[in-house]
Every structure is written in C-alpha cells, then in structure tokens.
Design a protein around this ligand. Structure first.
Ligand SMILES: *[C@@H]1O[C@H](CO)[C@@H](O)[C@H](O)[C@H]1NC(C)=O
Ligand SMILES: *[C@@H]1O[C@H](CO)[C@@H](O)[C@H](O)[C@H]1NC(C)=O
Ligand SMILES: *[C@@H]1O[C@H](CO)[C@@H](O)[C@H](O)[C@H]1NC(C)=O
Ligand SMILES: *[C@@H]1O[C@H](CO)[C@@H](O)[C@H](O)[C@H]1NC(C)=O
Ligand SMILES: *[C@@H]1O[C@H](CO)[C@@H](O)[C@H](O)[C@H]1NC(C)=O
Ligand SMILES: *[C@@H]1O[C@H](CO)[C@@H](O)[C@H](O)[C@H]1NC(C)=O
Length: 538
C-alpha cells in the first residue's frame, strides 16, 4: 500500500520519462499488411527477449478492468487495481519468443517473458494458502498428442511444483492445467488405448484417444479424483467421424475442467459439443449441455445451443446456474467471417424448467472465426476478456457488450503462420525475480571524450514493483556511488541518458516507496561491457 508522504517525495524528484520500448501501433492497415514485418516484434538493448510489437485496435482505457496503476498520476494514493496484468502464452512460428508472457494492462508494456519454454500454454495466476503462483503447461508434441507437465512458479519465478499425471502411464496434456481454490490442480490426460470401435465402423481392437480428467493435490501430489471419458460417453456422441489415425481417434477432445465448491466437475468436450456436469463422488453425469444428449431446452431461439467445438467452460458464479465459454462454432480460422462466427458465450441455466438462454454473446469487432483454442474470462470488475486462439488478439467487453479493448499481437494471417495464444487472462500479480536487473549502454567512448554522452538501458524481466530507476556513476568502478537522477519506469526497458564525464555506471531499481529492489552490474561506458563488481556499492 502507498503512503501519502512517499508518494509526494517521489513525484517531486522524478526527472524525466524517456521511452525505450517501441511505440504501440495504432494503424491496423499498416500492421496487417506487413509494414512491420511478417511477425511484428521488438527487441531490447538490455535483454535478449524478442516480444511482439502490439497493434491497438480499440482501447477505451477508463472502461477496461482496472487498467491504471495510478501511482504517479494523482498525489492521492490510489488502490492497486484488481486485474492490472494481462497473461498470455504465445505459440510462435519462430519459437524464439514464445513462453509465458505478462503485460501491464495500463500501458501494455512487457513485464515478463520466458522464451525458454517453447510450448507454454494457459499462463495464469493460481492461489494456494493465500499465496499467488504463476501456473502454466509446458510440454512437447509426440505422435500428435501433447505430453508435459503443469508447472507452478512462485513470485520469484522459482519452480515450486511440477505436476505430473498420477497412476497412469501417460503425461499431462496441453489442454488443462488449472489451480483450484482448494489446493489442487486440474489436468487433462490424453491416453491412446485399444478399444472396440465397431459402433462407429472401426475395428474391434482399434486405437482410441481416451481423455482423463485428474484432480491432484498440489503439495502432496496425491491423486484426488480421476474420470475417464470412455466410461461415460458413447463413441457415437462424437461429431468427429471415425478415421484411423496415428495415435488414435480423438473422439472426445476434453479441453477444460472446472471444479465447483461442492466438489463436482464441469467437463468441456470439443468433439461432442458438450459441457457436462459430473458428480465428484460417483463420476456420474448430472447434466449435459449441448451435443447429442443435451438436457436443456433452448429459450433463445436456438442461439444458446448452436455452439460447437467450444473451449474453456467455466461456472460464472457460485450458484452454478451460469456457464461461460468460448464458442468456436466452426473448425476453420479466418478473419472477416460473415456467418457462424466465433463468440464468447455466457449462458443461464434453469434446473427447474431445464432451459438454457443466452445472457451475453461477444463477437469480435473484426468478425473472426477461430477454429481451435480460445478463452473466456469474467474479469474481477464484471467485464469479459476473450482470447481468440490462433487469431492473434485479445478483446475486452463491458457487461453491455461494448468492446473496450482489442489488441493484436500479430497480423491477422501472416504468410509464415501467426502467433497463437491458447488462453488470455487479466489478473493481479507481484513478481520479485531471483535474478538481478539488466543494464546495457550504447555509444562507446563518447561519454569520455564526446559531447553527446551515452544511452544506458535498464530492464528487469518479471519485476512488477519497479516504479523508478536511479543511476549511479563514477570515474572508477569503486567510485560508482554518487546518486544521480531518478527516472520513472517507462516500459519494459527504460532509457537513462548519461551526460559525458562518467565512465562507469550502474542502476538501482526502486519501488513506489523508494526502496531498492535490485542493483544492476556496473557497465563501462567506454567498452559497453560489464565490469566486475568491487563490492563496495550502496
Ligand atoms: C522480428 O521481425 C523481423 C523483421 O520483420 C523478422 O525478420 C524476424 O523474423 C522477427 N523475429 C521474430 C522472432 O518474430
Ligand atoms: C517436471 O517433471 C518431469 C517428470 O519428472 C520432468 O521430465 C521435467 O523435466 C520436470 N520439469 C521441470 C521444469 O523441472
Ligand atoms: C508406457 O507407455 C509407453 C508409450 O506410450 C510405452 O512405450 C511403455 O511401454 C508404457 N509403459 C508401461 C509400464 O506400460
Ligand atoms: C452455421 O452453423 C449451423 C449449425 O449451428 C449450420 O447448420 C449451418 O449450416 C452453418 N451455416 C453455414 C453457412 O455454414
Ligand atoms: C465456417 O466458417 C467458414 C468461413 O466463414 C464458412 O464458410 C463455413 O460455412 C463455416 N462452417 C460452418 C459449419 O459454420
Ligand atoms: C574516444 O575514446 C575512445 C576510447 O578511448 C577512442 O577509441 C576514440 O578514438 C576517441 N574518440 C575521439 C573522437 O577522440
């Protein structure tokens, strides 16, 4: 929490705000026509990270969910917002910029990227005993199936739990890796089995991809619950025609699991077009929404039950009468659809009359069909954030359906294949990396003998609490102590202009109260190289 006094003094000594990040793009025509390259990106001086250059199609700042981290804007301290960060996990055609990605919601600048995980999906914040963790899936593709782990990192980005499938010779699948509010994690497992496929015209000993839902205790690794789709669904419930395929026929395609407070489960199946509520003790199906065994009557003229190929089904609230999901509605992916476009779908269920109706549907302003992936999140302030899978964008809507944020992280359909994103979230997060902040300089030699000085760039991958940077400089590494200007964070990377005269510099990363969070190494402005730390600093 902020204190009024520290806010005042910080505002008083701020010197300047210099941008180092590339500016956001506000020109959809240029962006989508390839003006910024095939996969628009930006690089940094102080980091090897390559991050997407963002195109802003819509941004009504004041109406998005708590997008301002208003520390400096007002002299009156403002509470931190509910959902000030955007969580993505980019699948990149180039593989060099993928991994979990966190952006600030108030300026869309990069906060964290970890490209060492090439196949990260579903990055989100989970809470265990009141402590927040960064959770995501990471794995590899084998025989058409994903095999990996559900990884749980603490606020210093150290791995604390590595969740694997239990009691089964198969790995965690890509589709779900979700912390619950009761100390467990939900995972999907795709397991090839030999199965009688004669009901769908296959062989009696055919290959089937069975789908298993597992709930696992995060701390003990104990298997708490398991449910197998083939025990409860008929093969003929699938909308995907049987075809012998390497790794088996994927009849069900489970892609999300949610847990209710009483310990039952909401299971989403893309290939049967069903959202199923399952009894946590017996495994029996309590009700089925959609598909061939639907239990509900559509009182929205067919608009509620017309969904299909859907993703990311969640209960909207604790009384379990509303569900939300991303209705792909189609298996192809294109912008500019005219019919059967994809949508974020919010449905109301009535268990007395067994009816379903549309509460809200959110189409993309650019009319998109998303054939796979996609997400729907109800943000803390009641807005809705929709992720569009292989269509490289995320979109936020107010409850009355107005789009107040639409940001692209790639052109619509770049020839080399675009960046996709499985799910998008807006959440709160505090990151205190275990590594130190980075520093780099340009214009070698000029600080000593030129008149233009040097540019020093600082960044700290993953740090959320840095509000300003302070440069220390000196003629020798030992004398890099004199306090210099204070510059407020100006994006992922902040540029500090150094006048000619000092050969050695380093920077301190400060929080909102002026406390030092981290110290960079010392850089020699003559060589632009780091020099050993004389250990006499600060
Ligand atoms: C970044 O953009 C450049 C210029 O268009 C392109 O050549 C390069 O492949 C892109 N890199 C990544 C990692 O997307
Ligand atoms: C998680 O555990 C699996 C199985 O033991 C292992 O293969 C994998 O490398 C681990 N992941 C990390 C990030 O440590
Ligand atoms: C586990 O599955 C793999 C392939 O999926 C197979 O090669 C291996 O033999 C299995 N192990 C056991 C113990 O069944
Ligand atoms: C739209 O989807 C419905 C199913 O919801 C389907 O019956 C119809 O043929 C589709 N229309 C087009 C033009 O594809
Ligand atoms: C899927 O979308 C494409 C492109 O908009 C459209 O031509 C096709 O009819 C749609 N198919 C269905 C089944 O809705
Ligand atoms: C500036 O200093 C560097 C490093 O000592 C030297 O290499 C360079 O020649 C000097 N440039 C000028 C213009 O004096």
């Amino acid at each position: 929490m902020q204190h009024l006094s520290s806010c005042f003094c910080l505002v008083a000594v701020l010197v300047q705000r210099v941008l180092a990040d590339a500016a956001l793009v506000f020109d959809a025509d240029d962006y989508n026509s390839g003006y910024y390259g095939a996969n628009p990106n930006q690089t940094y001086y102080s980091s090897d990270i390559v991050s997407p250059l963002l195109q802003v199609n819509e941004w009504d700042k004041g109406r998005t969910d708590s997008d301002t981290i208003r520390v400096y804007q007002l002299l009156i301290p403002t509470p931190f917002s509910n959902a000030p960060y955007i969580f993505l996990a980019l699948a990149s055609p180039l593989g060099t910029e993928s991994g979990p990605v966190i952006l600030r919601a108030d300026d869309l600048s990069l906060v964290y990227a970890e490209p060492k995980w090439p196949n990260a999906h579903n990055a989100h914040v989970g809470t265990l005993h009141g402590t927040d963790y960064l959770v995501f899936f990471e794995g590899v593709q084998r025989n058409g199936q994903w095999a990996g782990q559900c990884l749980i990192y603490d606020s210093s980005y150290e791995l604390v739990h590595n969740i694997t499938a239990k009691g089964i010779n198969a790995s965690v699948d890509i589709h779900e890796c979700q912390m619950t509010t009761s100390g467990s994690v939900l995972i999907t497992v795709y397991q090839p089995i030999i199965y009688d496929l004669t009901p769908v015209g296959g062989p009696p000993n055919g290959e089937l991809v069975d789908n298993i839902a597992q709930e696992i205790d995060v701390e003990t690794g104990e298997l708490l619950w398991t449910w197998r789709a083939s025990d409860h669904y008929d093969l003929a419930d699938s909308y995907v025609k049987y075809k012998a395929s390497p790794g088996g026929w994927d009849f069900f395609h489970m892609n999300s699991i949610d847990r209710s407070a009483e310990g039952n489960f909401l299971i989403n199946s893309r290939h049967t077009h069903t959202v199923t509520y399952v009894d946590g003790s017996t495994g029996d199906i309590i009700w089925t929404l959609g598909g061939k065994k639907n239990d509900f009557r559509d009182i929205s003229d067919g608009n509620a039950l017309s969904f299909g190929w859907q993703h990311h089904a969640r209960f909207h609230d604790d009384d379990l009468t509303q569900v939300t999901f991303f209705d792909n509605h189609n298996v192809s992916t294109t912008p500019d659809c005219t019919v059967n476009c994809s949508r974020g779908l919010h449905l109301q269920l009535d268990f007395e009359d067994m009816t379903v109706q549309v509460v809200n549907e959110y189409f993309h302003p650019h009319s998109l069909v998303t054939g796979f992936m996609g997400s729907y999140q109800s943000t803390p302030n009641g807005n809705t954030l929709v992720g569009w899978g292989p269509n490289p964008t995320f979109t936020e809507y107010t409850p009355d359906g107005e789009c107040v944020l639409d940001v692209q992280f790639d052109a619509w359909a770049p020839p080399s294949g675009g960046r996709g994103n499985y799910r998008a979230f807006k959440m709160d997060w505090k990151g205190f990396p275990s590594w130190e902040p980075s520093i780099a300089s340009t214009a070698a030699g000029s600080a000593l003998n030129g008149s233009t000085g040097s540019n020093v760039f600082v960044s700290w991958n993953g740090a959320t609490e840095v509000k300003s940077w302070q440069l220390l400089r000196g003629g020798t590494p030992e004398s890099v102590v004199s306090l210099s200007m204070l510059v407020s964070r100006a994006g992922f990377e902040t540029k500090l202009a150094v006048k000619a005269g000092s050969r050695y510099v380093r920077a301190l990363a400060l929080d909102a109260e002026g406390q030092v969070l981290g110290v960079t190494s010392i850089v020699d402005l003559r060589t632009n190289k780091a020099v050993p730390d004389p250990e006499s600093v600060v």
